[in-house]
Design a protein around this ligand. Structure first.
Ligand code: ADP
Length: 395
């Protein structure tokens, strides 16, 4: 069985093709295009690249296409992307303006280009379906709650991969199995004692922190929209809701202008005064730029605030995991986050931290009770596995 996972941006198309055979899973091909002006042509070129690379002979060899979809009203988990599901995504366009519209457009183009191939979406909110209600609830009037105003959480595919992979690395195959089967059985796969408690930090263009108990998400720092929680590259993170009305009235901004400022000129970019890539921010901070240093400090402070919350909720932890572009590659941010935690049993090994870039490794000191791990993100594999499960169930 071959499953294509397509990652859709407004001007980018990236893909990975997986083959599942005889209980094994294999990445057959990966590629992508940036600065795409003609999306239908980019899809043609993707399929041509798969044929040229020998990953498929004909397009009929692609059994399904999976998408890491973000959020839809009243829909969660891994589902077939029918017209009603696309309409439910459209209903929440305002919550994920950078993500939902390009996904809807791209999915429609794939459906037109590959009419006989089933298309599935694994929603990024899916990992938190079994989190405690208190972790998902905003203290708003009930009518707002009924309209969907709640802490949904995102980055579900990434944190689910960490839930499973960290358990394997910590010698807990039982917990890894529970994480793997989560969307099948709702976290009822039996596990041994003691509990395995992990905090996963996905730090990248978007960032979030998640607590994981025995392979199941107990909450996520992202809230109703992917604009909340930690500061992101150019999106705001958590903000007092009354700041919005205040700035609109005092600076004379429309709602659209205020939302655009929060989505495009805030986060690390707003703090640093123009940079949204952590590498540029770090080089300016090293040159003594105070705003760049502040951007790093806020990111680290906010990450620690969420880690602290899950640390308490989980009653201490066995492992802290770093993943995604910043988490995998940035010793400075990891060091800042792990500073001064010896009383909580966490000690980083400076040399291991310094040399860990983009590969799976342990970066805590041997005497650290909490293991600190770097695990490269593998969200597409999680999507492909869930799509395979859907195809198997339908067979
Ligand atoms: P996204 O959330 O958009 O998928 P990524 O997980 O790819 O993003 O993370 C992108 C961010 O990771 C970049 O903006 C940059 O700040 C950071 N990053 C990428 N590579 C490196 C690196 N080698 N060193 C430090 N930071 C990096």
């Amino acid at each position: 069985m071959r499953i294509l996972v397509a990652n859709l941006g407004s001007t980018s198309l990236k893909w990975r093709l997986f083959r599942f055979a005889d209980g094994g899973e294999e990445l057959l091909h990966k590629g992508g295009f940036e600065r795409v002006a003609d999306y239908p042509r980019a899809i043609d070129d993707c399929l041509a690249a798969l044929r040229r690379g020998g990953a498929i002979e004909t397009e009929a060899d692609v059994d399904a296409v999976g998408f890491k979809t973000i959020i839809a009203r009243g829909v969660d988990g891994c589902v077939r992307l029918t017209d009603p599901v696309l309409a439910a995504m459209e209903a929440y366009n305002g919550l994920a303006p950078a993500h939902n519209p390009p996904y809807i457009t791209g999915i429609r183009l794939f459906a037109r280009r590959m009419p006989r191939t089933p298309l599935f979406g694994l929603f990024e909110t899916a990992f938190y379906q079994w989190a405690p209600e208190a972790a998902k609830r905003y203290a708003v009037p009930d009518d707002w709650h009924q309209r969907g105003v709640r802490r949904w959480g995102f980055h579900g595919a990434s944190h689910k991969y960490i839930a499973e992979r960290s358990a394997q690395l910590l010698g807990r195959d039982d917990v890894a199995r529970r994480a793997r089967n989560l969307y099948l059985d709702g976290g009822t796969t039996p596990v041994r004692t003691p509990d395995l408690r992990v905090i996963s930090c996905h730090l990248g263009g978007s960032s979030s922190v998640t607590g994981i108990l025995n392979g199941v998400g107990v909450g996520n720092s992202l809230g109703m929209s992917p604009q909340s929680g930690l500061p992101h590259n150019n999106r705001v993170g958590d903000l007092d809701p009354f700041a919005l009305g205040y700035v609109m009235r005092s600076a004379g901004l429309s709602l659209d202008q205020a939302e655009t400022a929060l989505c495009q000129a805030s986060g690390l970019m707003g703090l640093s005064g123009g940079d949204n890539d952590i590498r540029d921010i770090e080089s300016r901070a090293a040159e003594g730029n105070a705003r760049a240093r502040l951007a790093l400090d806020v990111l680290i402070h906010e990450a620690r605030r969420w880690i602290g919350g899950y640390y308490l909720q989980l009653n201490a932890i066995d492992a802290l995991v770093f993943t995604a572009g910043i988490g995998e590659n940035d010793p400075l941010v990891r060091d800042g986050i792990c500073r001064n935690l010896d009383q909580l049993g966490l000690l980083l090994d400076p040399a291991l931290n310094q040399s860990a870039r983009g590969r799976e490794t342990v970066i805590s000191a041997p005497e650290s009770r909490v293991r600190v791990l770097v695990i490269p993100a593998n969200e597409e594999l999680v999507v492909a596995r869930e799509v395979k499960r859907q195809l198997d169930a339908a067979a």
